[in-house]
Ligand binder design. Structure first.
Ligand code: S3P
Length: 419
């Protein structure tokens, strides 16, 4: 299989969620360009609309949101349905905690199994109240109220937890300080700074000082590095050719997969790096090489957490062993991604093994054949879609539609890249 052409992946999912939330909470008109129009981001749009925000149709290349300010949201009569989206549920919890009304937050079967106490705990320490019907998962009711500031030592390296606390501090107009065990993606911090909020970062400590208002701001959403990673991986394991991926966000908190694939031997050029919308953006040019297995250390994990499924699939084609540890968080993503990756690699004939907090994959150049059970997880579908595109492999994906939560055009882009 040969790769060729120039590809532009859809807008970054993390930045898209935040662009809508900050446009709704900002005072005045915010222009948004290049938003990811996927099921997860539509969930954020719908939740904000239920709370009274003037969010327009989201399928335009560019649109304007008229924000009502930090305290403009109103109680919703209906449940706030976050669909499959953990970012919607967790970041909005921070906002809801700081406004004096009740909200019932729900999600689909997968999201309802994911841990929410990790955001409830710090927000309760600030003075909000949470009620859970089923222990740690959704549905949950948020009783928002007057909050006080907090210094929080987070047990998990999670940008969603950090962001929920920062948003609660922002809306409540109180100072917050978050200590993370390892630095996580910093889009919230960058975007709040661009909107006039005093947010400081020192190592793994992030502080937000009281801000009476959030300015409106234009947001250009760069391409999602987690979506680009599927095509970087495809080009790295192809037989020949080269693939260019334009306008990709190369924020250092998101580029761990590029470093790992390069260390495995892939030829990855990063060209024309420049700033767009407060984020570094570049064109990636990738060609195949012989790949070797690698050990991924725990401290790298936050910078490539969403890319581990596709790295595992690349590892199945590399020479030798790839080992990942310190990635227990994978067990509480859209599926248990350690179990999903390993059982599906085995199902297609690859050599893989689960670890409590990661996995081991031993690569081979034999053909891989079989049926993949995605467990409704978009990144499992796309990772095995990449492996299935190689000559000699025949991999059937049980649910191709689940890619719609983050990358609705994935299958047609995949066909074009190998066209
Ligand atoms: C995200 C943070 C990460 C990531 C998710 C998006 C965000 O989750 O896996 O896809 O937008 O903040 P955690 O914060 O739970 O690690």
């Amino acid at each position: 299989m040969k790769v060729r052409g120039v590809l532009r992946v859809p807008g970054d999912k993390s930045i898209s969620h935040r662009a809508l939330m900050f446009a709704a909470l900002g005072k005045g008109e915010s222009r948004v360009r290049g938003l990811l129009c996927s099921a997860d981001v539509l969930s954020t749009g719908a939740v904000l609309r239920s709370l009274g925000a003037a969010i327009p149709e989201l399928n335009a290349r560019e649109f304007t949101v008229r924000g009502g300010g930090l305290r403009s949201l109103r109680e919703s009569a209906a449940d706030l349905d976050c669909g499959n989206s953990g970012t919607t549920a967790r970041l909005m919890s921070g906002v809801l905690a700081a406004i004096p009304f009740d909200s019932r937050v729900t999600g689909d079967a997968s999201l309802s199994k994911r841990p929410m106490q990790r955001v409830a705990k710090p927000l309760e320490a600030m003075g909000a109240q949470f009620e859970f019907a089923n222990g740690d998962g959704l549905p949950m009711t948020v009783h928002g109220g007057l909050l006080k500031g907090v210094t929080w030592f987070s047990e998990t390296a999670s940008a969603q937890v950090k962001s929920a606390i920062l948003l609660a501090g922002l809306v409540a107009d109180v100072p917050v300080e978050v200590h993370e065990p390892a630095a996580t993606r910093d889009h919230t911090e960058r975007m709040l700074r661009a909107r006039g909020v005093d947010v400081r970062t020192e190592g793994t400590v992030v502080t937000l000082l009281p801000a009476a208002r959030l300015d409106a701001a234009a947001q250009d959403v760069p391409g999602d590095p987690s979506s680009a990673a599927f095509f970087v991986a495809l080009a790295a394991i192809a037989a020949s050719g080269a693939l260019e991926i334009e306008h990709v966000c190369v924020n250092p908190s998101r580029t761990g997969a590029l470093s790992v694939l390069a260390a495995m031997g892939a030829l990855i050029g990063t060209e024309d790096t420049h700033d767009a919308g407060g984020e570094p953006v570049a064109r990636l040019v990738v060609s195949p090489r012989l790949l070797r297995g690698i050990t991924i250390e725990p401290e790298m994990v936050p910078s490539l957490i969403d890319e581990l499924p596709v790295i595992a699939c690349v590892a199945a084609r590399a020479e030798g062993e790839t080992r990942v540890t310190g990635a227990a968080e994978l067990r509480v993503k859209e599926s248990d991604r350690i179990a999903a990756v390993v059982s599906n690699l085995k199902a297609i004939g690859a050599d893989a093994e689960e670890l409590p907090d990661g996995f081991v994959v031993r690569g081979s150049d034999r053909p891989y054949r079989g049926r993949v059970q995605t467990r409704g997880d978009h990144r499992i579908a796309m990772a095995f879609g990449v492996l299935g595109a190689l000559d000699g492999n025949a991999i059937e994906i049980d649910d191709r539609e689940c890619v719609n939560v983050s990358y609705p055009g994935f299958w047609s882009d995949l066909e074009r890249a190998i066209g």
